[in-house]
Design a binder for this molecule. Sequence first.
Ligand code: TTJ
Length: 652
Amino acid sequence: MAKKDYTASNIQVVEGLDAVRLRPGMYIGSTGVRGLHHILWEIVDNGMDEVANGYGDSISVTVHADGSVSVEDNGRGIPVDMHPTMKVSGVEVVFTQLHAGGKFDSENYSYSGGLHGVGASVTNALSRWLNVEVYKNGTTYKIEFESVEKDGKVHGGLVKNKLVDTKEKTKKHGTKVTFMPDDRIFETTKFSIDTISRRLKELAFLNKGAHITLVDERTSYGESFLKREFYYEGGLIDFVKDLNEIKTPAFDTPVYIEGEKDNVLAQLALQYTDAYTENIFSYVNNIPTSEGGTHETGFKIALTRVLNDWARKLGVLKDKEPNLQGEDFREGLTAVLSVKMQNVQFEGQTKTKLGNTEARLAVESIVLSELNAYFDKHRAVAEIAVKKGVLAAKVREAARKQKELTRAKNSIDNFHTVGKLKSCTGKKPELNELFIVEGDSAGGTCTQARNRSFQAILPLRGKPLNAEKKRIDQVLANEEIRTLISALGADFGKDFNIDDLRYHKVVILSDADQDGMHIRAILLTFFFRYMRELITEGHVYIGLPPLYRISKRGQTEYAYDDAALEKLKKEMGKGVEIQRYKGLGEMNAEQLWETTMDPKTRKLVRVAIEDAAEAERLVSTLMGDAVEQRRNYIIEHANFNKEDTFMDIVNK
Ligand code: TTJ
């Protein structure tokens, strides 16, 4: 950063931001990669807000070669004039006052609420340096902040330069913020292009017409840097189409409605597909609300009412028949709900659940009237939706009967697992591990190899069925699946209760071949669809058996991939004997314990879902009908073991 303007008169120590540096976790959750991206979202969201409010139409994010990032919008520019009570410029207030948000309300020069998070000052506090350029009134203004180290400590927070009129004339208008995340705070300061891309794409869907650009100057192809552009004319309609890309929609164009009530603006796009699950993605002020909340509740209530009314209007439901349940109208539904409002209150474990009661009332009323109006114009769509609901209700009834039947047969809860599950002796679920093993023979070896005080083995015979392609009653009819459900002890679907889980580590152990990969994908799909928390709470793991055994005169090593094999070959020199394992079955109990089951030496991959929309797409791709896409996907991501949005490798 340029230091030329520093003189005693125009530098000043920023106080108050020390609190953020002292306890970063309190403000951004963590100092890992998530926290790192959080300080970027803080800036991006502010620029995006300006665009979303119609004061600009583009925003660009550039990751520079030195690891810093710039975010630029073409909005009005943060105010540069003196704040009436704080006696410093608006820009300074935004970047130095905690809880000041990132924007001002232009009318009364008060902070505008509505944006999530903690404000741009937190990004400033957690950066080595940050500078802001404001283009306004034909002039470029600039202010720079820097953290200064003294005796190994960051001295008094940040040092800032005065806001200066650079005397540079410009026709531009807007705000550009560049910052370097502080490597003394973050475990990593490397921004992920995939993570940024995903968020910018989502923002482009949520704000139709916005031009969003991402440039990565760390990656170049010949002369040009990596560049991605996101722009969707259709907004939420395009979003739903994208989510359903590889599914089979029940009608061509997604339903789209919008409306405003009591200062709550709601936009909604939806489309049914032939899938059996419901996929609702909701947002408040562009922030994903993955735990749902009042706006989602309002939408669901209204959808159920409108469709029940139409079911009667169209004669699909007779007068004396009872109303259908909400869930019946959400089978195979893909919907995106985006709400914009003031004074947002977030609740829930991860603060991603909207709590404002007024949002429920407003969304309910908007959806009631607008969806009715839409169906008046598109009766065929109403009819498809209603008929799907009726079918879903029938299936639900069949599943209930099937479940009761199963329960009756299972008067002892463990009926299905007797003779199959080799349970462990330990009684503490936190310590217990369940290995789901492909095939009876590998299951037998695992049973010999295991430490029975905490490791249980469940061999699966043949392939369990693909949960993605089956209705719930068919899923339940499958013996292998029922065995699995009763072994885990926590029920499934709506009744799934993670507190009853008998094993806190559930390890899928299958061969490193096509078949093994398929079984793994099928099990993951089942968990994703019917026990999602098992994945989101981090209980699901994939065991990594070694691919090679390399031995030489009494010394034995294992390699888990080809690179490791090459390395070992070099290290061990000539005269080594290499055995390639084609499956778990080729290992004896001792080898299996040592390489795959012993917590001290084994490798496990924890299955993680970073992003719900991405995971949804991934699972549909892998397990749905779109054979071509699936093949491509499997080739691209051939081993599930690579670090990727779905998985995250842990060694334990
Ligand atoms: C507020 O009302 C007067 C005119 O300017 C409005 C404002 O604050 N605009 C604004 C802020 N546009 N862009 C920002 C902004 C952009 C980035 C990239 C980062 C931050 C913290 C704010």
